[in-house]
Design a protein around this ligand. Sequence first.
Ligand SMILES: NC(=O)C1=CN([C@@H]2O[C@H](COP(=O)(O)OP(=O)(O)OC[C@H]3O[C@@H](n4cnc5c(N)ncnc54)[C@H](O)[C@@H]3O)[C@@H](O)[C@H]2O)C=CC1
Ligand SMILES: CC(C)CC(=O)C(=O)O
Ligand SMILES: [Mg+2]
Length: 373
Amino acid sequence: MGILSKRIVVLPGDGIGPEVCQEAVRALKAVADKFGHEFVFDYQLMGACAIDATGDPLPAATLEACRAADAVLLGAIGDPKYDNNPSAQVRPEQGLLRLRKSLGLYANIRPVTAYDRLLEHSPLKKDRIQGADMLIFRELTGGIYFGEKGRNADGSAYDNCTYSRFEIERIAHRAFRAAETRRGKLTLVDKANVLETSRLWREVVQDLALQYPKVLVDYLFVDNAAMQIILNPRQFDVILTENMFGDIISDEASVIAGSLGLLPSASVGDEVALFEPIHGSYPQAKGKGIANPIATILSAAMLLEHFGLQEEANSVKKAVDNALEQGVLTPELNAKSPYTTEQVGSFVAYGILDILDCQLHKNNIALGLSTII
Ligand SMILES: NC(=O)C1=CN([C@@H]2O[C@H](COP(=O)(O)OP(=O)(O)OC[C@H]3O[C@@H](n4cnc5c(N)ncnc54)[C@H](O)[C@@H]3O)[C@@H](O)[C@H]2O)C=CC1
Ligand SMILES: CC(C)CC(=O)C(=O)O
Ligand SMILES: [Mg+2]
């Protein structure tokens, strides 16, 4: 792959979003320096910050910039002043959902890995999670999050869940193809004993399975899946599921990795792809320097893979592995001698730049010397 010139729209968003985005951009800048690429970063508003500035959580200028970009990097959106106000007319989350829908980002891909170095920090049984490695395909533009919702005259409320065969087929094909390149197993997580939409998911997946004879297909009800993911995560290879179930079980699966702050994602579909950590804006941590930036840094690695820059992506992943290995960890993973968001980010950037005397950098951090990159 030659030298690339790419325009990346950055949507830092709210809460810890700007802090974790800053570290992912630092990693991308290190990659650009090392490999000679040109990445132009175009910062745009989305979420609560966009409501505050324009009244709209997804201003037209932001959507336009995303459409014209080569990729989008998102931090997170959401603010308690909207969460705690049930009568708020406009919400940050509406901006995110509208962005996903507008860009046709129907497949959200969330890798989950058990890191050897972090096993000791896990509340889960080490011998059960060691080696766990799964890829969750979460449908992202349909289902209950996008169905008609409202209040009835009697004061009751409703959220409708609808799926079409087409919506299921397009993400199922992607999940089957991924399973073919991995360990050849696909688990559909649904609630087909109760929900009609889930029965349609099963029918479609059963039909498509005929086109992928090398893939072993398994079906699990979501309640059972929620338990199995924790109890015996190594049984999973590719998980395919609808929007809300995928949202919930992937946050749960982050316990296998060790923290919600470690899980990245790629959202892909018809237009430009978007990369974001699976976590939210963690408002309690805003400005404290305690947020783990690795989920966003690994999302940047997925962005590089999307550009076809595998070696570059590997350099980011290797630098992250090294940070974990060396114990350069934010407080939720190591309360005793924690590193800040920025220190973890700059340690990773050093690793990308092959300044392999990371010990020196670690010492600098210990001495309180400022980050250099
Ligand atoms: N994609 C997005 O932008 C998302 C936005 N949200 C929004 O975020 C706001 C907060 O929602 P919550 O339910 O509290 O979810 P959250 O994901 O922001 O935080 C849940 C918990 O996970 C941990 N955590 C999350 N990110 C972390 C990080 N980088 N490092 C270390 N620990 C981390 C913290 O213990 C935190 O209390 C809400 O406004 C919500 O709507 C929630 C999920 C996704
Ligand atoms: C607005 C929500 C659906 C965001 C969320 O929880 C997620 O995408 O994981
Ligand atoms: Mg979520």
